[in-house]
Ligand binder design. Structure first.
Ligand code: SF4
Length: 464
């Protein structure tokens, strides 16, 4: 008999080999073992999720999660031989590899020897991601399906919204997989199987529109899994030429009563999937420009989501005018992170792209925000100004950054300039950088050399 994590890992490799060589014998062995587990269930039940069982030497051992990934965990061993016996190379539905029942999601992976595809669902049972052999389909709460795929031939990443017909076909494929394993879902079965492609594509789309007056068009990457509440619509300025997020709406704000009703509807819409969403993000563009009317809105968020912290966008010119004590007041009401679209340390760049404010103002503003205990995201637009302003943009931005009191919980986001129809108003030479990837690397290295956390903010990846 072998004992210890290492030995169990080695013996389980043997199990995998054995599985492939003689499935029938293995299946019988598994059934025997599973019966034994059930007998000892009282003892082992707290260990099941992270336990690797070796059917060869019939010993259990507790291994950490990293070690168990991709190895025959208990759940894999319970299902794989049974499913494999009904599948073959040509089967449309792949054998079940593993079911992970996490507190805030269910992840079901399929594959013969390694996970080749998976479906992740929230606790309301809605699919979040379906990965099918290199193609990743992400579902937005508005019912749309977005594909992400890197072409092996030219390494370019495909990103697009699927048509309704394409989305239906993909969802039907995903649900064929789920249908095949429904018996193994046990207590999660009702939750996972309550949706159909049609419900997700049509009913949820309508519900989303009832809850959100306008689409959620952008968030900072750390907020993609927040609960988004629309306190305002659009942006008070709405004239920056690189930004097309709010061109479909004129700025308006919700009053306290309408906001309260909206929050109630968002909470009902998200339902059990709320467990996946850790914080609250106040949208749209520059909610924090509101001033006093913001206070009852923050109190409402506190009432409905007492455990969650609040984040929002802030623009330089509106933030700069606020008294430093104002930020303390907001922090006491639950605000914890603000994202500032600084874009550049160069005034020339801001003027080219019609963005108000002076980069220098960021220094005092961010000092005030940090003194109030807030976390800060600072966003730069890499590639803005093209070749003619490349050095000025970089030099002035690093100069401003070096004077900011950023801490470990702050993030410097580097956002590559993405072309849109608005940019047609700007000289194309100032919006194109032929070696944008190399330029991004240079910015990353410099931000890290300043001791800050740098992160990519590709607006094409955004999804809510
Ligand atoms: S970048 Fe910010 S300030 Fe400029 S239009 Fe967009 S949301 Fe408004």
């Amino acid at each position: 008999m072998m004992h210890g994590s290492d030995l169990v890992k080695r013996s389980c490799s043997f199990v995998m080999f054995f599985c492939m060589e003689d499935m029938k014998a293995m299946k019988e062995k598994i059934i025997l073992v599973y019966e034994a587990i059930q007998r000892y269930n009282g003892f082992y039940k707290t260990m099941l999720r992270n336990t690797t069982f070796c059917a060869f030497c019939e010993t259990f051992d507790h291994v950490d999660r990293e070690m168990s990934i991709g190895r025959p965990t208990l759940e894999w061993m319970r299902y794989a031989p049974i499913e494999s016996s009904v599948g073959d190379e040509d089967a449309i539905v792949m054998p079940l590899y593993r079911i992970e029942k996490k507190p805030s999601s269910t992840v079901i992976s399929f594959g013969r020897d390694v996970p080749e595809s998976y479906i992740a669902l929230d606790r309301a049972g809605r699919p979040i991601v379906y990965n099918d052999r290199g193609y990743t389909y992400k579902r937005s709460l508005d019912g749309t399906l977005h594909v992400r795929h890197r072409h092996s031939s030219h390494h370019r990443r495909e990103r697009r919204v699927l048509t309704v017909d394409e989305a239906k076909e993909v969802l039907e494929r995903a649900y064929a997989h789920l249908e095949h394993v429904r018996e193994h879902l046990m207590e999660r079965r009702e939750e996972v199987m309550r949706w159909t492609p049609d419900k997700l594509l049509y009913e949820e789309k309508l519900r989303f529109r009832e809850v959100y007056a306008y689409p959620i068009t952008i968030l900072p990457p750390d907020a993609y899994f927040d609960v988004v509440l629309q306190a305002t619509f659009g942006c008070t300025w709405n004239q920056c030429t690189f930004c097309s997020f709010y061109k479909d709406r004129t700025f308006a704000k919700r009053d306290a009563a309408s906001f309260r009703e909206h929050v109630r509807m968002v909470r009902a819409f998200l339902g059990d999937s709320l467990s996946l969403r850790k914080n609250v993000f106040l949208a749209d563009g520059n909610v924090l420009a509101l001033g006093e009317p913001l206070i009852p809105l923050l109190k409402t968020v506190r009432t409905f989501f007492p455990e969650r912290r609040i984040a929002s966008f802030l623009d330089l010119w509106s933030g700069y005018k606020k008294d430093r004590l104002w930020w303390k007041t907001l922090a006491e009401l639950g605000l914890y992170r603000v994202s500032i679209g600084l874009e550049s340390g160069s005034s020339n760049i801001l003027r080219i792209f019609n963005k108000p404010g002076e980069p220098e103002e960021a220094i005092e503003l961010i000092h005030d925000l940090k003194q109030a205990g807030l976390a800060v995201n600072v966003i730069f637009l890499v590639g803005a100004g093209g070749v003619p302003f490349r050095e000025e943009h970089f030099r002035d931005s690093m100069r401003i950054l070096s004077r900011l009191p950023l801490h470990a919980n702050d993030i410097v986001y580097l956002s590559p300039l993405v072309h849109n129809s608005e940019l047609a108003a700007v000289d194309p030479e100032l919006t194109t950088l032929p070696d944008l990837d190399e330029e991004l690397s240079r910015w990353f290295d410099s931000v890290k050399a300043l001791g800050y956390k740098a992160s990519l903010y590709d607006i094409r990846e955004f999804l809510y």
